[in-house]
Design a protein around this ligand. Structure first.
Ligand code: GCB
Length: 653
């Protein structure tokens, strides 16, 4: 009996391992890695944040910088420059209205002292990395072009040690980065430039950038720029996929190496207390973790966000030198699965009670800012939020690292927002969108907090090309990562949505009593009920209410409630919640409020200094709705999860 039971267990374990291999093989199609830069005994990191010299190219064609080769000499030698901080959007840091709304090329420059040993030892690889610059970037070092990149929310890098060694007498190098925020029909997000030629109406050269998304198109170098080193033979990428059976964790890993063929490798999984749990000398394999500590979401377990560390130690030699490289990857062991009416994490039903966010704040715009990140995490935890969606683009990787550590679950979204013009479904757009998914999955594949990919927000999913477009996009994403569900966020009619058949989870945005039937709170429950029944009836897939909400100007009150007051916002939430409470027992697996905080938008008659659907103000102070949500989320957590011990005394946190 016992033997056959054990045999069965072994067979199941074997089967699990085989599945993990299959999932993994497909997931390592990407050719090179984008490991987060990290200091170790073999690697150094030098952040280049601070003040950069800056000039916007205000010439009518925006092309003067290229015509006059501004990258060839110091920027200050070719014209006036101002100080601009990195990271930050440039739009809101000066008093110049033209710079706030500038469209076209801007030029950044910074001189850097490179440690002499990086150049002289001949064994060091020096990489220049830009974590994100919006939207199109070209980078020169000492006047020589080293890379260019399309896309505003993901990192790119270039090896520059060869270039630095060309003149080993100087250890100063000049980095020039030209960044263009112009969006066209094939960019992500798409946009278009409209020239106004009627001289009785508009001044000479007048044009506007049109977009179909509801946030300000902040521009500039939004995240860190840094130099980092690795040895010439180095760990280029690590991929992990995890599973578990009973109390044994399975970590399938693959290490890819560059710069050497003859290497010895040691891979060690280390627990939080620093103890070695299991190790191997192979470049790929499955590590078995006895008495595994799983990665759990916040409020689902008393010890959420448990991370092991996978230390990869490489030793290599060529004819003349020896190399050692060390990289440590945080690893959370967990599974994600979807049934027809549930979202399972570690085989337990998970209910998303969370928020939609933006990378947005006063003065910095979309610039990365640690105090803001920490404040937002503290607010999310105060609220009892267990999840958020990176609406409407990939966020800084440091934010995902925080999510891994705190157990905050993430729906990771591409910048595919505002795809409304039929020309944005053409091949050029699809090709770029596929590349962006490659970059996104390559960067974020190892984060346990990321449980689902979202390929787009509210595309014109009823248009004829949308079916093919989303089928390709979702298939491609599943090949890149077969271990996570894929969705796109819809707002369109369930019967006409051409992409919905391909998604794993239906994510629906709706604004009843706001954009439809404004002022009529009494329609919410009936319309929301119909929405859920229609989608589930047609597709039998779990549903997340991925956006709902109402604008509230902070401090505006009225009873009876009217739109834009805090009372109205609260009542919209109340009516949505009562339907969620019926449907979450059936097939609704989550609710994400729109939005966590007020945020800046383009100017327009429906936006009074930005979108005010935040439950916090842009300065992160609570509106009344925040307390409604806090009460609800903690109640949901009490019903569905296991709270951390400190929550017995929540006031002290
Ligand atoms: C939506 C969009 C989001 C907007 C929001 C609104 O459906 O996805 O980007 O900001 O509605 O407030 O209009």
């Amino acid at each position: 009996m016992i033997c056959s039971f054990l045999g069965k267990c072994r067979a199941i374990k074997m089967f699990r391992v085989l599945c993990l291999f299959a999932a993994f093989k497909a997931g390592i199609l990407l050719d090179s890695g984008m490991l987060f830069p990290q200091e170790s005994s073999s690697r150094e990191v030098k952040e280049l944040n601070g003040l950069w010299a800056f000039r916007a190219d205000r010439s009518p064609t925006r092309n003067q910088g290229f015509q006059r080769a501004w990258y060839k000499s110091r920027l200050a030698e070719t014209g006036p420059v101002i100080d601009i901080p990195v990271p930050s959007s440039y739009n809101d840091v000066t008093q110049d209205p033209n710079l706030r709304d500038f469209i076209g090329w801007v030029w950044y420059e910074r001189e850097v002292v490179v440690p002499a040993r990086w150049i002289s030892d001949g064994k060091t690889r020096v990489v220049l990395r830009v974590e994100s610059a919006h939207y199109y970037s070209i980078v020169w070092v000492n006047g020589v072009k080293v890379t260019e990149h399309e896309g505003g929310h993901l990192p790119f890098e270039a090896d520059i040690d060869g270039l630095l060694r060309e003149d080993p007498t100087t250890t100063t190098c000049r980095i020039t980065i030209a960044v263009n925020n112009t969006l066209d029909l094939h960019t992500l997000p798409p946009g278009s430039i409209q020239y106004m030629k009627d001289r009785t109406m508009y001044p000479e050269g007048f044009f506007v950038q049109n977009t179909n998304f509801d946030f300000f198109n902040y521009a500039g170098i939004h995240r860190s720029v840094l130099l980092y080193t690795t040895p010439k033979a180095y760990v280029d990428d690590i991929t992990v996929v995890t599973d578990f059976l009973d109390s044994t964790g399975l970590v399938r890993y693959n290490v890819s190496i560059q710069g050497a063929t003859l290497v010895t490798l040691k891979v060690t999984l280390i627990d939080k207390d620093g103890h070695c749990v299991v190790s191997s000398n192979d470049t790929s394999g499955v590590l078995k973790v006895v008495d595994v500590k799983l990665w759990w979401p916040y409020l689902m377990h008393e010890n959420p966000g448990y991370l092991y560390s996978l230390e990869v130690r490489l030793n290599a030699a060529d004819g003349t030198s020896t190399y050692e490289d060390v990289y440590s990857l945080p690893v959370g062991i967990r599974t994600v699965k979807v049934t027809k009416n549930q979202f399972l994490i570690n085989n337990k039903p998970f209910y998303f009670h969370g928020v939609n966010k933006h990378e947005d704040s006063d003065i910095r715009g979309k610039g990365f800012d640690w105090p803001l990140v920490v404040k937002d995490f503290n607010l999310m935890k105060w609220l009892g939020a267990n999840s958020f969606r990176t609406s409407h683009y990939p966020y800084a990787e440091e934010i995902l690292q925080m999510c891994d550590r705190h157990g905050i679950v993430v729906i990771d979204e591409s910048p595919g927002v505002g795809i409304k013009d039929i020309r944005s479904f053409e091949n050029a757009s699809l090709t770029h969108h596929l590349e962006v998914m490659d970059e996104l999955v390559r960067r974020d594949k190892n984060h346990p907090s990321v449980v689902m990919w979202s390929v787009a927000n509210e595309p014109a999913a009823e248009m004829p090309p949308a079916g093919f477009y989303f089928q390709m996009l979702i298939k491609h994403t599943k090949v890149l990562d077969p271990t996570r569900p894929v969705t796109f966020i819809t707002d369109s009619n369930y019967a006409r949505d051409k992409g919905a058949p391909y998604v794993d989870v239906i994510c629906v945005n709706s604004y009843f009593s706001w954009y439809h039937d404004p002022g009529h709170l009494e329609v919410i429950q009936i319309q929301l009920n119909t929405q859920f029944e229609n989608w589930y009836g047609k597709y039998q897939k779990p549903i997340i209410q991925s956006e709902y909400g109402a604008d509230a100007a902070p401090g505006f009150h009225s009873d009876p409630p009217v739109m834009f007051t805090e009372e109205y916002q609260k009542l919209v939430l109340r009516d949505y919640h009562s339907v969620f409470d019926q449907k979450r027992k059936l097939y609704v697996v989550g609710e994400l409020i729109w939005n966590f905080a007020d945020f800046m938008t383009t100017q327009g008659v429906t936006r009074m200094v930005g979108n005010k659907k935040g439950i916090f103000t842009r300065q992160r102070q609570p509106k009344e709705a925040a307390f409604i949500l806090k009460e609800r989320y903690w109640r949901l957590a009490n019903e569905t999860g296991r709270l951390p011990l400190w929550t017995k005394y929540p006031c002290s946190h």
